[in-house]
Write a protein that binds this ligand. Structure first.
Ligand code: CDP
Length: 211
């Protein structure tokens, strides 16, 4: 069973994917980490993010085992990820790794932007997890404040909302594998749902597909 979970920035898809994977005892891949990894390596080595050739080479040599999820969760890594993720050759370089993860024996859960549309269109269950931009900004803001990455002020919240809007526009507007709802996906709007309610709804949607 392949479970594909897509959605925009800070929609809560990662948390839902982790919990669903644990529930079914399936391996889980947060595909955003791959793009974050490429973006962060570019930054660490001082390469401009718009250098497609170098980004492609880094993507071709990316090793999942080397990715430090904690370090890649920062705001700057997310921003860099969405820039390199718009480069077609980078996306193509990361295809094989994602395909083989998705098609491993026993099944898998993957979350990202294009899992149900490009990476695993054959997935049995597809969820598109979303929430209003304001609610997603509040969630990301609380996360950043909790990690000491941003000040607890109204100005900082407004800046996070602007980040989210910019990322939505970049992810939805790119030519290659833009963020889009797969025709056979179940959309889950979590704007007014807490994590437990969202998890229950997500699990119910997956169970309905399994039957
Ligand atoms: O947690 P958040 O939604 O902020 O970020 P993420 O899922 O880690 O993704 C970071 C960036 O990587 C996104 O803004 C996308 O541009 C890109 N991405 C993508 O293009 N395709 C994927 N399958 C996953 C992430």
């Amino acid at each position: 069973m392949i479970i594909a979970i897509d959605g925009p920035a800070a929609s809560g898809k990662g948390t839902l994917a982790r919990r669903i994977a644990a529930h079914y005892g399936l391996p889980h891949l947060d595909t955003g980490l791959l793009y974050r990894g490429v973006g962060q390596i570019m930054r660490d080595r001082g390469f401009p993010l718009d250098n497609v050739e170098i980004a492609q080479v880094i993507a071709e040599h990316l090793d999942l085992a080397d990715l430090d999820a904690e370090r890649l969760r920062t705001r700057e890594a997310g921003e860099a990820a969405s820039v390199v993720a718009a480069h077609g050759p980078v996306r193509r370089a990361l295809l094989a790794l994602q395909h083989s993860f998705a098609t491993q024996a026993g099944g898998a859960v993957l979350d990202g932007r294009d899992i149900g549309t490009v990476i695993a269109p054959q997935a049995e269950a597809k969820l598109f997890v979303t929430a209003s931009p304001e609610e997603r900004a509040r969630r990301r803001f609380r996360e950043l404040v909790g990690r000491g990455e941003c000040a607890d002020t109204a100005e900082a919240l407004a800046a996070v909302l602007a980040d989210i809007a910019r990322r939505d526009a970049r992810d939805s507007g790119r030519a290659d594998a833009p963020l889009a709802v797969a025709a056979d996906a179940v959309t889950l709007d979590t704007t007014h749902l807490d994590i437990e309610a969202a998890y229950a709804a997500a699990l119910a949607a997956v169970e309905a597909r399994r039957r």
